[in-house]
Structure formats: structure tokens, C-alpha cells
Design a protein around this ligand. Structure first.
Ligand SMILES: C[S@@+](CC[C@H](N)C(=O)[O-])C[C@H]1O[C@@H](n2cnc3c(N)ncnc32)[C@H](O)[C@@H]1O
Length: 415
């Protein structure tokens, strides 16, 4: 390695060290902590993969040297996409709940420095047992509210009205924890369809509960992941504050959509695809510079998908596959992607059938860094990324909330 490259790696290390300890970097790069020290002092030369991995560890946006030093809880944690954002602004996760054992495995592989125990089913957790925290994070599943909850109300002795309307849904579990713990703020994430779900009733109940029953000041916005990745993915973010603060979604600085193209996240076949020791050749064969052939659709499936799309086209429906090329922005990656991959099929030209994205490409299209470990099967990985969030969207939301998460930075608005 020549001198400028070494200098670059040292500069990179310096930048990454602003937000990560030597121990964290060692864990993420699968090397001993002493190795990181030797790289920092220049005693030994980092291997080629270190440069790529370090670049990937750079925070998506500038991390201030002033730590926010706040505590947060990660509900419906999945694989921790929202957690990453709040860690990147200095938050400490003090409680996690996720009941799917495969998501738990991925989570444990990637955030294993936690001092707290992992919690499963949130409906089984007594809100009093949740540790004190400043921010509650939850990408809860969207469910209709039924009036059946009313009958359970008396049995549970709930004094609050929101139990009537939300009982039996996972939003109820979010509400009862907010009610008990009164965090300074929360961030709830959901599909855009939450706005129109059940003719708007679901969203109404949520807003009424948060505002009128729990007394929070709420602000919501739909944001498209395409501002950051080559994927159209609209999600609603609902932010709430216990106090009246000058939070304003309009202050969010979103880059123009479509600047990052699909080719930026696809495995590179020109020899520049980084070799990640933790992936090895699981998705991409570095010798032949090709994505493994198992990701190419069988002719049977490809013929079926084309026939299905044609049938619906004739009927005037929009169903069908989404064939994409290097300059495309894709449809939304769903948790069902493992089934036939039809929403995002990468054209391979040369009369070849299209292929699915590999799980590593799915990680990238969701804004997860290449140091993120994928240790579950492809099927599980597709489900996990399809259920997750575009990390960069969350980082921008976290940055916007940051100044209102500390006592000394809370400009009160006149009521
Ligand atoms: C939409 S995903 C959230 C993904 C997450 N935001 C991420 O970045 O990966 C919802 C998650 O809630 C989990 N979940 C559903 N019901 C649950 C329950 N009762 N207790 C704990 N987790 C639950 C699901 O397994 C799923 O991983």
C-alpha cells in the first residue's frame, strides 16, 4: 500500500473514532482491538477491506462531538434500523423489544454491546418494568382499532379512555408505555397507508390518543426513502414531545430524489466490489466477478411472472413485476420479497433472466452499512430488510429532534 492510501485510512479512522470506540470498530471489522490501535499509530498496515469498511462506518451525516447523552427504548425493534439513527446522535439504548427469534439473532449480532436484556412480546411487558428513558422509538405494525376493546376495559381496570379505542392492538402497548413512563419524546414509524387505513379512523384514533389522552405535541410527515437510496419507500413518521417545543418538519434538509442510482448499490462486476470477510462469497463470487446464479430467476418463474403481469395488464390492473436497470429507482422492498422477488427484478441483459437483489444489496438499498452482519438465511434476511427502515431517513429525523432531547437545549414556545 502506498503512503497516501495509508494516510487516508488514518484520516478515516480519525473520523470514525469521533462516533465509535476502538472496541466498537474492532467488533464491526472483526479484528482485535490491538489491531485497531496499531493501525492508528501506523505500526501495521490495514488490509484493503479496512478502507471500504471504515468509509462505511462514517456516520451518514456529521456527528457533533457534543454527545446528546440521552436514553432511548427500541420497541418493535426488528433489526434496529431506527436504533442506529439515535445511536448516531449519541443516544444509549436501554430497552429492546422484538419477539421474532430470527430478528433477535440479527439484532444481537449487530448490537452486542448492550448491557440490558432482550425483551420478547411487548404485550407481556408491564410498563412499570420498562426503564426510564428520554425517547421512545417504535415502528409498530398497523392494525385496525375495533370497538371490541371496550369490553376488556373494565376487566383490566384501565382508567384511560385510550384503552377503549385501542385495546388489543400493538399501538395500545406503545400508548400504555408512554402513559406510564412519560418520555420527553417519541418517534413512531409506519407505512404511509396509516393515514388512509380504515377510512382514516386508525390515524384519527392514534392522533387523539397521543394528543388528547396522553397530552403530547405531535408532528407528522411522510418521507420517501428515495431521497437517500434508489428505492421509492414512503413512510409516515410521527414525532411527539411532552413539552411544547419548536420542532418543525420543514427544517429537514432532504437531498433531491433519484441522485443515488441502483448501480450505486448493486454488486460491482468491474472488479471494484469490496471483499467483506463476513460475507465472503455468499452473495457474490469475487473470482468470476458475478452475482451467484441462485439469484437469477428460473425460466419457469420468469415465464409465470410475465404471464401474470400480462393477464393483469389486459384487465387494466397495474400489478406486475418491476424490472429495473442501473439507473432505476426501485419499488418498495417488501417483507414478501423472498417469495418471487417480483417487485424488484434486476435486468441482466444478454437474453438472461432477471435476478433478485441479494440480501447484501437489500441491506444497501435500506441504507445499512456494509459492516452490518447478515447471519440468517436469505429468506429471513429478505423479510428483515423488507420490514425495516431506510436508516438515513431516520438519521435525519433524529438530527431534527436532537436539540429538543436535552434540557439545556429546549427553547420553549409561548403556549
Ligand atoms: C415493521 S417491523 C419494525 C422494523 C424495525 N423498525 C427495523 O428497523 O427493523 C415490526 C416488528 O415488530 C415485531 N413485533 C410484532 N409484534 C410484536 C410483539 N407483540 N412484541 C414484540 N415485537 C413484535 C415484528 O416481529 C417486527 O420485527
Amino acid at each position: 500500500m502506498n503512503a497516501p492510501e495509508l494516510f487516508d485510512i488514518k484520516a478515516l479512522l480519525f473520523q470514525v473514532r469521533k462516533s465509535k470506540s476502538q472496541t466498537d470498530i474492532a467488533r464491526l471489522l472483526d479484528v482485535d482491538v490491538r489491531t485497531i490501535r496499531r493501525w492508528e499509530t501506523g505500526e501495521t498496515e490495514p488490509p484493503a477491506f479496512a478502507s471500504h469498511a471504515l468509509k462505511d462506518l462514517l456516520p451518514p451525516i456529521f456527528v457533533s462531538s457534543v454527545k446528546s447523552e440521552f436514553k432511548f427504548i427500541d420497541l418493535f425493534a426488528g433489526i434496529g434500523g431506527i436504533r442506529q439513527a439515535f445511536e448516531s446522535i449519541g443516544g444509549e439504548c436501554v430497552f429492546t423489544s422484538e419477539w421474532d427469534s430470527y430478528a433477535q439473532k440479527t439484532y444481537a449480532e449487530n448490537y452486542n454491546s448492550d448491557s440490558h436484556e432482550f425483551n420478547g412480546d411487548i404485550t407481556e411487558v408491564d410498563a412499570k418494568d420498562v426503564p426510564d428513558h428520554d425517547v421512545l422509538l417504535a415502528g409498530f405494525p398497523c392494525q385496525p382499532f375495533s370497538i371490541a376493546g371496550v369490553s376488556k376495559k373494565n376487566a383490566l381496570g384501565k382508567a384511560h379512555g385510550f384503552a377503549d379505542a385501542t385495546q388489543g392492538t400493538l399501538f395500545f402497548d406503545v400508548a400504555r408505555i408512554i402513559d406510564e413512563k412519560r418520555p420527553r419524546a417519541f418517534l413512531l414509524e409506519n407505512v404511509k397507508n396509516l393515514l388512509s387505513h380504515d377510512k382514516g379512523r386508525t390515524f384519527d384514533v392514534i392522533c387523539k390518543t397521543l394528543k388528547e389522552e396522553l397530552g403530547y405535541h405531535i408532528h407528522y410527515k411522510v418521507i420517501d426513502g428515495a431521497h437517500f437510496t434508489p428505492q421509492h419507500r414512503e413512510r409516515i413518521l410521527i414525532v411527539g414531545f411532552r413539552d411544547s417545543v419548536a420542532f418543525d418538519w420543514n427544517a429537514i434538509a432532504l437531498p433531491a430524489k433519484g441522485e443515488i442510482k441502483l448501480k450505486d448499490i448493486l454488486h460491482k462486476t468491474d472488479g471494484s466490489e469490496p471483499y467483506l470477510p463476513w460475507d465472503g462469497d455468499r452473495f457474490f463470487d469475487h473470482a468470476s466477478r458475478e452475482v451467484l446464479s441462485k439469484y437469477t430467476l428460473s425460466s419457469k418463474l420468469w415465464i409465470y411472472l410475465q404471464g401474470y403481469a400480462e393477464k393483469h395488464r389486459v384487465k387494466g390492473n397495474g400489478f406486475g413485476f418491476g424490472l429495473v436497470g442501473p439507473d432505476s429507482v426501485t419499488r418498495t422492498l417488501s417483507a414478501r420479497y423472498y417469495k418471487d422477488g417480483s417487485e424488484i427484478l434486476v435486468s441482466q441483459g444478454d437474453g438472461k433472466n432477471p435476478r433478485r437483489l441479494t440480501p447484501r444489496e437489500c441491506a444497501r438499498i435500506m441504507g445499512f452499512s456494509d459492516t452490518f452482519r447478515i447471519t440468517v438465511s436469505d429468506t429471513r434476511a429478505y423479510k428483515q430488510f423488507g420490514n425495516s427502515v431506510v436508516v438515513n431517513v431516520m438519521v435525519h429525523a433524529a438530527r431534527l429532534m436532537q436539540q429538543f432531547l436535552r434540557d439545556d437545549m429546549q427553547p420553549e414556545l409561548p403556549l
